[in-house]
Every structure is written in structure tokens, then in C-alpha cells.
Design a protein around this ligand. Structure first.
Ligand SMILES: CC(C)(COP(=O)(O)OP(=O)(O)OC[C@H]1O[C@@H](n2cnc3c(N)ncnc32)[C@H](O)[C@@H]1OP(=O)(O)O)[C@@H](O)C(=O)NCCC(=O)NCCS
Length: 178
């Protein structure tokens, strides 16, 4: 449990590292969160690297050397209801980026998204990182994700080229004035 991260009342969920026993349930939730087959394939590639311990690699989608960090599944009553992870651009050691995260559609709107981002922010801060970065495409379909970032104190910053498409970065300071 990590209720200490939450200044308001949110449902209690538990974080467990992504592993060979929970990945099937996590993938079922992830596929409901990201119905696009290209997204599903990309996420599977990341998670396969996480489980293989093959964390550092050149990612052609970002055109950068990345290191995959912690990846979690979040459970309630033993059931996987959400997932999320962190990675780093090796050229930017003080920043951690949110990897794929999502809350199973039937569990949304109850603060779980807030809780998992606060948990990931705490993990990044304890590792000494200064900034947490998320991103989303600027299309109407993703307006909810944009509002989600803003409500969690992320600020929109630069455009970033991902898979050859511009996406908007959202950054949240974890400490200091960097
Ligand atoms: C984005 C997502 C994780 C939010 O999960 P959630 O459990 O519904 O979020 P919460 O209930 O914790 O909401 C947190 C805050 O964000 C806001 N918010 C969440 N989803 C929103 C939406 N679609 N539109 C507007 N605001 C939204 C909530 O109103 C709340 O703000 P408040 O505290 O000011 O009331 C979930 O919608 C999701 O899994 N989406 C699909 C996957 C995705 O887009 N992932 C992000 C990119 S990798």
C-alpha cells in the first residue's frame, strides 16, 4: 500500500513488480487500455525486455538510447486493475519518463490513475530523479489524458518526436528548481 503519497482519500491498491506470473493478467488489462494493435505490439516489446532483464537499448521510436526501469502491476483484492512503468533516456539522467500506464476501463474515475502516478513519482524521487515526464498526442481523442496530466500537476512543455509524430511532453518537478 502507498496511501502516504495521497493527500486525499483514494482507493487502496497494491504495487507488484511485473513478473512472469502476472504478465498475462497485466496484458489483458493493457489490451483493454490500448486497443490499437500497434500500441499493443510496442508495449509487448517493452515488457519482454523488462522480463528478460534486457533494459538498455537503442529505441528506434525515440531515436535514443533508453533504459527501462521499474514496471509495476497494481492489484485490488488480488486482481490486476492497472499497470505503469518508468524509463530513462540515458542522455538525460535526472529525468524519468512514464512508460505505458493505464487503469482498466471498468475501474476508472475512482482515483486509481492518480494513485499509480503518485506511486511512480515516489519511486523516481527516491532514486534521486528531478523530473517526471509524460506525453500524449495532441488529438481530440487524447483530451482526457491531457486533462489527467494537468490535474496531477504536470505542465505542458516541448513537442517531442515519437515514431516520427509530434507529441506534447508534460513535465512535473519532483524536487528543486531544475
Ligand atoms: C488516464 C487514466 C490512467 C486515468 O485513470 P483514472 O483512474 O480514471 O484517473 P483518476 O480517477 O485518478 O483521475 C485523476 C484526475 O484526472 C482526471 N481525469 C482522469 N481521466 C480524465 C478524463 N478522461 N478526462 C478528464 N479528466 C480526467 C480526473 O478528473 C481526476 O482529476 P481531479 O483529481 O481533479 O478530479 C485512464 O483514463 C486510462 O487508463 N486511459 C487509457 C490509457 C492512457 O491513456 N494512458 C496514458 C498514456 S500512456
Amino acid at each position: 500500500m502507498f496511501s502516504s503519497f495521497a493527500p486525499k482519500s483514494v482507493p487502496e491498491i497494491s504495487a507488484v513488480s511485473l513478473n512472469t506470473e502476472n504478465i498475462a493478467a497485466a496484458l489483458a488489462v493493457a489490451d483493454r487500455c490500448f486497443p490499437n494493435p500497434q500500441d499493443q505490439s510496442f508495449l509487448r516489446g517493452h515488457w519482454a525486455r523488462v522480463l528478460a532483464g534486457n533494459a538498455t537499448y537503442f529505441c528506434p521510436d525515440d531515436e535514443a538510447q533508453l533504459t527501462l526501469l521499474d514496471h509495476f502491476v497494481y492489484t485490488q483484492g488480488g486482481e490486476v486493475i492497472a499497470f505503469g512503468g518508468l524509463y530513462r533516456h540515458d542522455a538525460q539522467p535526472d529525468r524519468e519518463w512514464l512508460n505505458w500506464f493505464g487503469v482498466d476501463p471498468g475501474y476508472r474515475g475512482h482515483g486509481h490513475g492518480y494513485t499509480i502516478i503518485e506511486h511512480l513519482a515516489g519511486v523516481a524521487l527516491r532514486r534521486g530523479s528531478s523530473i517526471l515526464v509524460g506525453y500524449t498526442e495532441e488529438c481530440e481523442e487524447n483530451a482526457g489524458t491531457k486533462r489527467f496530466y494537468v490535474s496531477l500537476q504536470f505542465k505542458p512543455t516541448d513537442l517531442y518526436l515519437f515514431r516520427g509524430e509530434e507529441v506534447r511532453l508534460y513535465e512535473r518537478k519532483l524536487k528543486g528548481d531544475t
